[in-house]
Design a protein around this ligand. Structure first.
Ligand SMILES: NC(=O)c1ccc[n+]([C@@H]2O[C@H](COP(=O)([O-])OP(=O)(O)OC[C@H]3O[C@@H](n4cnc5c(N)ncnc54)[C@H](OP(=O)(O)O)[C@@H]3O)[C@@H](O)[C@H]2O)c1
Length: 342
């Protein structure tokens, strides 16, 4: 039998995977498979992982046009559907890339992702970053677009109106934000006709973003957590000497030893029990990353111990999106609670 046969090797029954309920009442599996190959995993390898992951019980896939592999992932999704998994059992996310924020580009860009993914609709479509700043793939962190712009709320809302139109058109079930801050989200929540259903953000034990996490949850959005295990395979351009690895933390190592599981499993269990939806990328370990959330939960004391190891260590700093000379990456993240002025 092939790996994609849903009746074969369903290692983890999808019904045993925790679910999140969005404000629309829709449910989303609380663990998804990331699909960003980080410059060194090929589109074919990611597509193979998508196929294998569906066979072991994944139903949630986090895609994006900028990952450069939606056509290959789409071929896998088509095979998964042909093999008997129903479309409504899947949760498929894609994202609008930064060079497609213009009003005339949003719907066309979504249609392109739908064509590539071979789907009639997306469960979730995100504005990938709040900045319309394009940079070439694989560029260095010092690369800057001469046309780079700061966050301009009026412009973001023009993009958002088109995102809302996608929902009206039935092409997308939910829309959401990514890489946002509290002051930016406050404005979007004030002005949106269709409010974001999720905010996708970096979340792992060394970067817990407690204030943003609380704001997101308090406003009825689901937090989706990227880099849930600290993105050990991230590109060189996203590494700095100050970065730390949550999977090396003594608290995580001790809990892993006590449960006889890996430090990665501790990070994923913590994420799900805290209330976010982690989307670990993996081509080799995806089965264990899903299985770990179905058994042997962390204790309250362990959850508290992990809450105490936050280091405010942001790994994906976004330097390439800066719009002015002499800025540091902190300008992207509204560190003093207000949107950084232009
Ligand atoms: N919205 C955004 O702006 C944004 C930004 C970044 C990422 N994302 C999304 O989030 C996803 C996850 O983030 P990420 O890929 O940067 O980081 P990640 O999921 O924290 O880490 C992925 C890396 O961890 C390894 N790994 C996974 N499970 C493992 C295990 N059980 N044991 C040992 N190693 C393991 C993988 O290697 P193997 O393949 O060898 O298992 C891979 O190198 C992305 O793929 C993407 O879909 C979104």
């Amino acid at each position: 039998m092939s790996k994609s046969d849903p009746h074969h090797a369903v290692a983890i029954h999808p019904a045993t995977v925790p679910q999140r309920t969005l404000y629309t009442g829709a449910t989303m599996p609380a663990v998804g498979l990331g699909t960003f190959g980080s410059d060194h995993v090929t589109a074919a390898q990611v597509a193979e992982a998508v196929l294998g992951a569906a066979a072991v019980g994944y139903r949630h896939f986090d895609c994006a046009s900028v990952y450069g592999n939606e056509p290959e992932v789409g071929a896998s999704l088509q095979a998964i559907l042909r093999n008997g998994i129903k479309r409504q059992e899947l949760w498929i996310t894609s994202k609008l890339w930064n060079d497609k924020h213009a009003e005339g580009d949003v719907i066309a860009s979504c249609r392109k992702s739908l064509d590539d993914l071979r789907l009639d609709y997306l469960d979730l479509y995100l504005v990938h970053w709040p900045f319309p700043n394009f940079h070439p793939p694989h560029c260095d962190v010092t690369s800057r677009s001469p046309d780079a712009r700061p966050y301009i709320h009026e412009n973001y809302m023009k993009t958002w109106r088109k995102m809302e139109e996608l929902v009206d058109m039935g092409l997308v079930r939910h829309i959401g934000t990514s890489n946002m801050t509290i002051p930016k989200l406050k404005l979007v929540l004030r002005d949106a006709r269709i409010k974001p259903a999720v905010n996708e953000m970096e979340l792992h034990p060394h970067f817990q973003q407690p204030q943003l996490f609380k704001f997101v949850v308090d406003n009825g959005l689901q937090p989706i957590g990227y880099c849930p295990i600290g993105s050990p395979g991230r590109p060189e351009r996203d590494r700095t000497p100050e970065d730390t690895a949550p999977t090396d933390d003594p608290v995580i190592l001790k809990i892993a030893e006590d449960h006889q599981i890996t430090p990665v499993a501790v990070c994923i269990k913590w994420a799900v029990q805290r209330g976010q939806t982690p989307i670990p990328f993996s081509i080799h370990h995806y089965r264990e990353n899903l299985e770990c959330v179905t058994t042997d939960p962390l204790t309250d004391a362990e959850m508290r111990a992990i809450a105490a190891i936050d280091r405010n260590c942001r790994l994906i700093k976004g330097q390439v999106f800066l719009w002015k000379d002499g800025q540091t990456w902190e300008a992207l993240w509204d560190m003093n609670g207000e949107i950084t002025p232009p």
